[in-house]
Write a protein of this length. Structure first.
Length: 124
């Protein structure tokens, strides 16, 4: 199948600029004043960005209740080796490839593995 190189190169930027903000705002119920619109738009992120049933308790409950608390805000830790808070340890020897690897598999985990474990009633 022949494809378009410019479209292939533009797709990640279009996804980040258009799709991600829509999904993120809907997950916070700020995209629309109509609840079902927010819920439907939030589910557009599955499996590409996150699974809403995993994201809501993990991000909305943990991050928004305990913002920047090194012990309780999970958002400070899932983007390692990026150091998002002075209380986070410095990851020595980890570069960009490690960051991409972790990002890919953490997204896959939230979108695929955690829901499968939940269906099987296994702890994560």
């Amino acid at each position: 199948v022949a494809g378009s190189l410019p479209a292939t190169l533009a797709l990640p930027f279009a996804q980040w600029l258009l799709f991600s903000p829509t999904v993120h705002e809907s997950s916070h119920s700020t995209l629309s004043t109509t609840p079902w619109v927010n819920k439907a738009a939030a589910f557009c992120g599955q499996p590409f960005i996150y699974n809403p049933y995993i994201w809501w308790p993990q991000h909305i409950l943990s991050h928004h209740q305990y913002t920047n608390d090194d012990a309780l805000d999970v958002d400070l830790h899932h983007l390692r080796p990026a150091r998002l808070h002075p209380g986070c340890e410095v990851d020595e020897g980890y570069g960009g490839a490690n960051f991409i690897f972790k990002g890919y598999f953490s997204t896959m985990g939230m979108s695929i593995l955690w829901p499968l474990r939940a269906l099987q009633r296994r702890s994560t």
